[in-house]
Design a binder for this molecule. Structure first.
Ligand code: MRU
Length: 344
């Protein structure tokens, strides 16, 4: 099976796998303008914290390329505007803001012409992408070290998609699962379908099928029952932003999963790169939670499922308190949430 790369730089354009079409259609979308990249992030053609970071980094380069001025000051001022449009796309995943800041910093630090800055920006976007791939592979290796010795072949449950599609490739939570599979330690993956956008059913399950990893999709409300039946040995999820105290924001439903994992004494791990840790936030209370369109709730496919006159609340993420997290698997090592600060 060919590796899955959700963001590819090719012939002076970015190619994105359109994640809104999977698993029924594998479609590539060409992006040559930064405003189209902003739209692709907003509409979730590309999604998942690290993948959003990589996409935004290329978006910064595309935006830089569109600035005609050769005057450094004017160029940097317009680049700030590009950064602001990209920042407005999604509020929770910190990798977006992290990647944009890194791109801006390198632009300010580069001595030379505007063309020199543009070249460095492209190289930096490519570097961010390369580093994320290596980081995910390191997370996968570190994840192997925390797998319980018994049973020999584990059943691991995951929520949402924290796989190759959500990163530069390989994945964080699904990276751990991939590594476990390669090492012969995995029996099966349970993938929560992940209402309302169904990233588990549509994306995680698709990734597993590509690699012939046995996968069982369950609806989100079945996880507690499966744990009670002893079907789940371990839970691994990704994260969109982790506060300094180890509280972790991830796809809505993750918090509930952590609560039921505690109840059933199932180890609950978060796998994430250090670029997902926001050391400026003391606790998860300070994380902005994105609210998305109510149609994600009242519509299934093209069919409306609720009566007119119903109200909706559609938070896209929740925050799992550090106390419910067994460990955070990073590219450096796995730490207890309260030790996260030592990796700053
Ligand atoms: O709304 P999404 O699909 O962007 O949310 C994605 C998640 O919550 C992932 O679990 C998280 O970004 C980790 S990705 C490695």
């Amino acid at each position: 099976m060919n590796p899955i790369y959700p963001v590819v730089w090719s012939n002076n354009k970015v190619l994105l796998i359109d994640q809104t079409c999977l698993p029924n259609q594998y479609t590539l979308v060409e992006i040559s303008r930064y405003e189209d990249m902003a739209k692709a992030i907003k509409t979730m053609i590309v999604r998942g914290a690290p993948a959003i970071g990589v996409a935004a980094a290329y978006g910064m380069y595309l935006g830089a390329r569109e600035i005609p001025s050769q005057d450094r000051e004017i160029f940097l001022k317009q680049l700030e505007k590009v950064a602001e449009i990209l920042r407005q796309t999604r509020p929770t995943a910190v990798n977006l803001f992290w990647a944009i800041s890194r791109m801006l910093k390198i632009a300010y630090e580069t001595i030379g012409t505007v063309e020199d800055i543009k070249n460095i920006l492209l190289q930096t976007a490519q570097l961010i992408q390369k580093e994320d791939l290596q980081t995910c592979q390191a997370i996968g290796n570190n994840g192997l070290k925390i797998l319980p010795a018994n049973p020999e072949k584990l059943t691991i449950l995951t929520h949402c998609n924290a796989g190759a599609l959500a990163t530069a490739g390989y994945g964080t939570a699904l990276g751990v699962i991939r590594s476990a599979w390669t090492a012969g330690r995995l029996k099966r993956v349970y993938a929560d379908e992940t209402r309302p956008r169904l990233q588990g059913a549509k994306l995680t399950a698709w990734e597993c099928v590509q690699e012939q990893i046995p996968v069982t999709v369950i609806s989100d409300n079945m996880a507690a029952h499966c744990m009670k039946q002893g079907r789940i040995d371990l839970v691994v999820v990704g994260a969109d932003r982790i506060a300094a105290n180890g509280d972790a924001a991830n796809k809505i439903g993750t918090y509930g999963l952590a609560v039921i994992s505690k109840m059933h004494q199932v180890p609950f791990y978060v796998a994430a790169p250090l670029s997902t840790v926001d050391f400026e936030l003391e606790t998860g209370e300070q994380i902005t939670i994105e609210e998305r369109d109510p149609s994600e709730i009242y519509q299934v496919g093209n069919t409306r499922i609720c009566a007119d006159g119903v109200d909706y609340y559609n938070p896209a993420f929740d925050v799992t308190p550090a106390a419910l997290i067994t460990g955070i698997i990073t590219e450096q090592k796995t730490v207890k949430p309260k030790e996260l600060i030592t990796l700053k």
